[in-house]
Design a binder for this molecule. Structure first.
Ligand SMILES: [Zn+2]
Length: 168
């Protein structure tokens, strides 16, 4: 279902939550999923979705830059992926229903979290996925290293289907 962002960290879920910007939620993945992430991140204690509402779309505004609207962009991408119409409608509905009513999520919200984590709690792994199905992104084969400075401008650093390890 549209964009999903998983963060893997050596922190506990409540420690992660204590640094979240307003409007952003962290929901832990199950222990089996955490186990699947462990080989990609030593010392992983928590794997969680980062979301605004039901998806991560509002955390990656750069993905929608120049689009007529978020929904138009999502629709076009689902069409390119050949997603059946009923699945697309359900996915758009989740995207829409999950929106915090009237809450503005500033463009640098994700970076604020990434920076806070890197400075105060060490490295974390971020993985962005896209799809119409209601499932979390799989564990990518590849892990790329990025410094905090490289994540400052926009969200191009957050490549899809690659796990990105952000260090200070
Ligand atoms: Zn969405």
């Amino acid at each position: 279902m549209c964009y999903q962002l998983v963060v893997v960290s050596a922190l506990t879920l409540s420690e992660m939550r204590s640094m979240l910007p307003s409007g952003v939620r962290a929901d832990a993945l199950g222990t089996l999923q955490l186990a699947a992430w462990r080989p990609r991140f030593r010392g992983a204690q928590t794997a969680a979705h980062l979301r605004v509402g039901r998806c991560a779309c509002r955390l990656v505004p750069g993905r929608f830059r120049g689009a007529h609207s978020e929904e138009a962009e999502l629709r076009a991408r689902y069409r390119r992926l050949g997603v059946p119409r009923d699945v697309m409608i359900a996915a758009l509905d989740r995207h829409r229903r999950g929106a915090f009513d009237g809450e503005i999520v500033p463009a640098d919200t994700l970076h604020a979290y990434v920076a806070e984590h890197a400075r105060n709690a060490g490295p974390a792994l971020y993985a962005l996925g896209f799809g119409a199905a209601d499932e979390v992104p799989g564990v990518p084969a590849e892990v790329r290293e990025r410094t905090l400075a490289e994540t400052r401008d926009g969200d191009d650093w957050l490549e899809e289907d690659v796990a990105v390890r952000v260090t200070r």
